[in-house]
Write a protein that binds this ligand. Structure first.
Ligand SMILES: [Zn+2]
Length: 539
């Protein structure tokens, strides 16, 4: 045997949970050149690998786990708003408006002021968005854009003026320009009505975009996440991610799903795939940044998910299907024929039923399709027969407890308590043999390794415990973000568990997440996150 080279990083801990099936916890782990090189059951068992340049971390009370994947999130969106006014920290409108006033005081007059997008108005004491008048009172000298998610905005008067929106403006199809009972603008714009605003917003420079990705990816890493599967990357933003990678600005690995939301016709789908094929032909994939496939959506979210039974209090409203099944079938077919994978957003039970019909047709046309090519994103309201079909078809499902955590109040309003409690039936999915992976859907839900584990094991939400019969145990919840996640991206030989030769993507925790008191998980942060052998965050 040739002697091993000295370790670059050696960690001694109370427990190193490798997540290799059947393997008891280890006490020491060594890392060299971005890979795990050795593990030992004894804390001092790897001391022979200590050289003059080895960083030795003695953490006798700590536990080590693989770094987590967030398998459905939106890093690119997060990067856009990471420097926005942090209104997600406000608990009421007074606090919300004070944050805007504070930012205005140190921003040159005339410059846009924009907020972060990861907040919910139902979590403010007043349970509503601010109005144009309130924003005008905060500042009349700046255009102000209050944004929640991608498709909800409130503007102050200066911003409405710049966007050319007046009392006489008509919303584009599929958009809403909200008005009060007297017909005046409230400042609120929904869905496609946000487009005129996007056209007048100053576009950030490439350097600003890279800076946003640097900050946002570091924020993910600070919560124990080492890989994000970004489920909505505009195809032109691949170049921005590429530039960020080249500058070493991506603290986490990125697996990108290119947005197919604007591709409706076969020609548009082909044009998207041409650009993806060019990326592949140029050999631009590497272990840090990989193109995973295409993202489509078959229905809306809390307010427009396609349901079998009508919405609460709206007997004629069942949400919306965004595709004719035949058209979606053709689109998915084109994607898989070129060797790409597809994730489709399906939120309501009707949306999921129609999607499974489509996936079944695709699998009939392509009987040899590699497992994991077709993925259900969310599957929120999956019914028993739908779960059985998805499992029988071998279709993985990405689930996001944080959507229930932050969204429960809004969902109860839209769907009633019973259906909200039935969201994300994780216990059933796992018992029935589904490949499930965990994510956040940030900016709609909060991300973070252990807040997700806490949520899946308690079913805790902002509306209290919801549907406790669907909870899973801690080891299962951890697997959804590690072992299972790596299977989803086809990387389970090198990621998701800590074995010699695997990527050195790991996290160090001040308490053992597998057996600390459950409520400690909610705010538990790692003391260190290591990606590719390099410490990207430490506290
Ligand atoms: Zn999403």
């Amino acid at each position: 045997m040739t002697p091993q080279p000295p370790a670059e990083l050696l960690i001694r801990a109370a427990a190193v949970h490798t997540l290799v099936p059947g393997e008891p916890p280890r006490r020491a782990i060594a890392v060299t050149d971005g890979r795990v090189t050795a593990l030992s059951p004894a804390p001092d068992g790897l001391d022979a690998l200590i050289g003059p340049d080895t960083e030795v971390v003695d953490a006798p009370g700590s536990a080590v786990l693989p770094a987590f994947d967030d398998t459905h999130t939106h890093l690119v969106l997060a990067a856009h708003s990471v420097h926005g006014v942090p209104v997600h920290r406000a608990r009421d409108l007074a606090g919300f408006l004070a944050l805007i006033r504070e930012r205005a005081a140190r921003t040159p007059a005339g410059e846009w002021i924009q907020t972060t997008i990861n907040w919910q108005e139902v979590l403010l004491a007043e349970q509503r968005m601010p109005t144009t008048e309130e924003l005008d009172a905060a500042t009349a000298d700046h255009p102000v854009l209050v944004r929640r998610g991608a498709y909800n905005m409130v503007l102050n008067s200066a911003a409405l003026r710049l966007a050319g929106i007046t009392d006489a403006s008509e919303a584009p199809p599929g958009g809403v320009i909200e008005r009060d009972e007297r017909g005046r603008l409230t400042g609120r714009l929904i869905n496609r009505a946000v487009e005129p605003v996007e056209r007048v917003l100053p576009s950030p420079t490439l350097a600003e975009r890279i800076d946003g990705l640097r900050a946002a990816s570091a924020d993910y890493a600070a919560t124990g996440i080492g890989t994000v599967r970004d489920c909505l990357v505009p195809v032109e933003d691949l170049d921005v991610l590429d530039a960020a990678r080249a500058e070493g600005a991506l603290a986490v690995r990125v697996r990108a799903l290119v947005s197919g939301f604007a591709a409706r016709t076969p020609d548009q789908v082909d044009a998207l795939l041409d650009r993806m094929d060019a990326w592949r032909a140029d050999g631009r994939d590497d272990d840090r940044l990989r193109l995973w496939g295409v993202k489509f959506g078959i229905d809306g979210g809390f307010e427009a998910g396609a349901l079998e039974e009508p919405y609460q209090g709206q007997p004629c409203y069942h949400g919306r299907l965004l595709w004719e099944p035949d058209e979606l079938l053709e689109a998915v077919d084109r994607v898989v024929r070129r060797g790409w994978r597809v994730g489709v957003h399906a939120w309501g039970d009707r949306g999921l039923r129609v999607l499974l019909d489509v996936f079944e047709q695709v699998l009939k046309r392509h009987p040899g399709l590699a497992p994991g090519t077709l993925v259900v994103e969310h599957g929120g309201l999956a019914r028993p027969d739908q779960r059985a079909r998805a499992v029988a078809l071998g279709i993985p499902v990405t689930v996001q407890h944080p959507l229930l955590h932050d969204g429960a109040l809004a969902q109860q309003r839209a769907w009633g308590e019973e259906r909200t409690a039935a969201l994300f039936p994780l216990r059933e999915w796992l018992d029935e043999g589904a490949l499930l992976t965990g994510g956040s859907d940030f900016p709609v839900g909060p991300y973070g390794a252990m807040v997700s584990v806490w949520g899946m094991t308690t079913r805790g939400t902002t509306a209290g415990v919801v549907g406790p019969e669907h909870r899973i145990d801690r080891a299962e919840a951890v697997a959804l973000h590690t072992v299972n996640a790596a299977r989803l991206t086809g990387e389970d030989t090198v990621r998701g568990s800590l074995r010699p030769g695997a990527f050195a993507d790991l996290t160090v925790w001040p308490l053992d997440p597998l057996d600390c008191p459950v409520d400690a998980l909610r705010d538990l942060l790692p003391t260190r996150t290591v990606v590719d052998g390099r410490t990207v965050q430490r506290s």
